[in-house]
Write a protein that binds this ligand. Structure first.
Ligand code: M6R
Length: 604
């Protein structure tokens, strides 16, 4: 959040940060210019902590930057909190997103004598702007941003060019508005909606120069850009959810972006390889791994089951997926060539942590797939791959789950290419994985069709979700979503198991969701669907676009785009999330905070 105008900046910044706080954060900071100098105050924890510090250091001035940080590079401490300054304390930067090439730029800047205070990727930008600064801030910002790779929404202020703040975006949202009080910029309309409802949303590659009276927008080459003003008619509460009725829907809709973030900088398509910075140091030991166990809880354990299939397929290593609450009560067999992978969105799940302690005690390698940076699991596991999904607020996991699947494919690709997987197969997987965020977007564009379907099935009390092979764990995940937020007795079943007992339950009131993309087990799935239809059961099929035949046997069909068989789970998960979401809404449940459940399960 940035402000330049006639009023005192601090209360406006704090109010804006509070309205952004639903996004989740672990530290915060403000910088305010009083016409003479810039004062900086940063704190870890909740905004209240920052406010307490500000009681002791009130910051007068009518220009300022405010930021809440969700740690990605560097631990959670005051020094890593934003704003970040250059060597001369002239330039101040706040940033959302990730600069992928920060390390190499940092080394170059250090070689030129720049001294860094934090471990963050963001600080590189302050020093790079300092490097280019010749009195005009926007020119220096443009020159610096041309060199940055990754994603950013940045706001910059310079004491030596103080009549403006500069905002720029690439793949991280920024919105600008003007009011009688001055110019505002924020990551989210919620932060500034109380000042004006007339917003200008920046597009990728755009730079805004904001003064107390007006603002202009250009591209990175300083070509002027025409912008349209959008009138927002959301209430403040709606705005915090990006205009969506619930966080869960917002998070479902964010998946093209969260998947892009999970893959960003990690796919080397030409080499058919995955580049995973957090595993770099383990490269040699990973080559010698001859057994893998994947441990997680709830939805994350279903991602783990998918990991079992994909890693065995790509790397030819025996894999066993387990749940955290069982793992330590078994007598798992380990040796120094065993790799244990722990998956957790929150990084705080007690059973997963207990399993990690058990694994560490017994030896072998441990790595994590974690979303929350700096969480207990992330700190204790030592090595791993972050999801970079951003904060997930709704209790039912959605965007974190699909990014767990994507990261498992990356790990499978990495281990596979160290072993048996050919470069050609690696290239094909990397190419198709790279296209997945766009395919997810296409499914989301048809959400209204799923909403209509949800109306038809909203009063059902029992549901099955069936799948085979890669989509077997997704049947579990689909059923879990129906349990969690719809309170429906839903079960995920391996389709081949129906005949061994469950099919006794089938009747016309008992619908089944059959995940049946056009893949190597499609014919088997059709036989299972036929068995259900023969007993008058209803079937909703999740099938591949272009499959018209399926309409002859299924009662309803939801289509997903074509992709590699092993990547279909990332796509088939999305309609299951939407179906559960819309059924829950129509049943009148509290979607984001379902009864009896917590977002992080920190007890055994
Ligand atoms: O934070 P974690 O990923 O470790 O949480 C594990 C489970 O508690 C979690 O996946 C839970 O099952 C979700 N509510 C699923 O939607």
């Amino acid at each position: 959040m940035g402000y330049i105008g006639k009023e005192q900046a601090l209360p406006l910044l704090i109010e804006g940060l509070r309205r952004h706080s639903y996004r989740g954060y672990d530290s915060s900071g403000v910088a305010v210019f009083d016409g003479n100098q810039v004062s900086l105050v940063r704190a870890t924890g909740k905004l209240e902590q920052l406010e307490q510090m500000l009681v002791r250091h009130p910051l007068p001035g009518s220009v300022g930057l405010g930021h809440t940080r969700w740690a990605t590079h560097g631990g959670i401490n005051e020094t890593n909190a934003h704003p970040h300054a250059d060597c001369k304390q002239n330039i101040f930067v706040i940033h959302n997103g990730i600069f992928e090439n920060y390390q190499i730029l940092k080394e170059k800047l250090q070689a030129q004598g720049h001294v860094f205070a934090s471990e963050t990727d963001t600080e590189v930008l302050s020093h790079l702007i300092e490097h280019f600064f010749k009195g005009n801030l926007e020119n220096a910002v443009r020159q610096a941003l041309v060199l940055m790779k990754g994603a950013y929404g940045v706001v910059v202020f310079a004491k030596q060019d103080p009549d403006k703040i500069i905002a720029a975006r690439l793949s991280a949202p920024l919105v600008v508005c003007m009011s009688d009080a001055g110019g505002f910029v924020a990551s989210d309309p919620a932060g500034i909606l109380s000042h004006s409802n007339k917003m200008v949303f920046l597009d990728d590659g755009e730079v805004a120069v904001i003064t107390k009276d007006s603002f202009t927008v250009t591209d990175l080459k300083n070509n002027p850009k025409e912008k349209t003003v959008t009138e927002i008619d959301w209430t403040l509460q709606e705005a915090q959810k990006g205009g969506y009725a619930h966080f869960m829907l917002k998070e479902i809709m964010e998946q093209p972006e969260s998947l892009t973030n999970a893959l960003r900088g990690r796919l080397m398509i030409g080499e058919g390889m995955a580049k995973l910075g957090g595993l770099e140091e383990l490269k040699k030991q990973l080559k010698d791994v001859n057994r893998i166990q994947i441990i997680a809880c709830g939805g994350a354990s279903y991602a783990g089951k998918f990991g079992e299939y994909i890693i065995e397929e790509l790397a030819g290593i025996p894999v066993h997926a387990d749940i955290g609450s069982e793992f330590r009560y078994r007598n798992p067999v380990f040796d120094k060539h065993t790799l244990s992978i722990f998956i957790s969105q929150s990084g705080e799940t007690a059973d997963t942590l207990a399993a990690l302690h058990e694994a560490k005690e017994r030896g072998g390698l441990t790595i994590g797939i974690v979303n929350v940076v700096g969480s207990t699991l992330a700190r204790e596991v030592g090595f791993g791959v972050y999801n970079h999904s951003g904060p997930e607020v709704a209790v039912a996991s959605t965007k974190a789950f699909t990014s767990q699947l994507a990261v498992l494919v990356l790990i499978g690709l990495f281990l596979g290419r160290q072993r048996q997987l050919s470069i050609a197969s690696g290239q094909q997987i990397a190419r198709e994985l790279n296209a997945i965020p766009g395919l997810v977007k296409r499914i989301l564009e048809k959400c209204s069709e799923i909403e209509i379907l949800a109306k038809k099935y909203k009063d059902v009390n029992d549901f099955w979700c069936i799948g085979r092979k890669y989509n077997y764990p997704i049947a579990w995940e689909g059923a879990l979503k129906l349990k969690e937020i719809c309170y429906i007795n839903a079960n995920g079943i391996a389709a081949g198991e129906l005949k061994h007992g469950p099919i006794a339950l089938i009747n016309e009131q008992f619908p089944t969701i059959a995940i049946c993309p056009s893949d190597s087990v499609y014919d088997k799935m059709i036989s299972n669907i036929a068995q259900i239809k023969a007993r008058n059961g209803k079937v909703i099929a999740i099938a591949t676009e272009g499959n018209e035949d399926i309409k002859r046997i299924a009662d309803d069909v939801i289509y997903i785009p074509k992709t590699l068989e092993m990547l279909t789970p990332i796509l088939s998960t999305v309609p299951l999330q939407l179906l559960a979401y819309y059924i829950s809404v129509q049943r009148g449940h509290d979607v984001d905070k379902p009864r009896n459940l917590a977002k992080s399960v920190t007890v055994e």
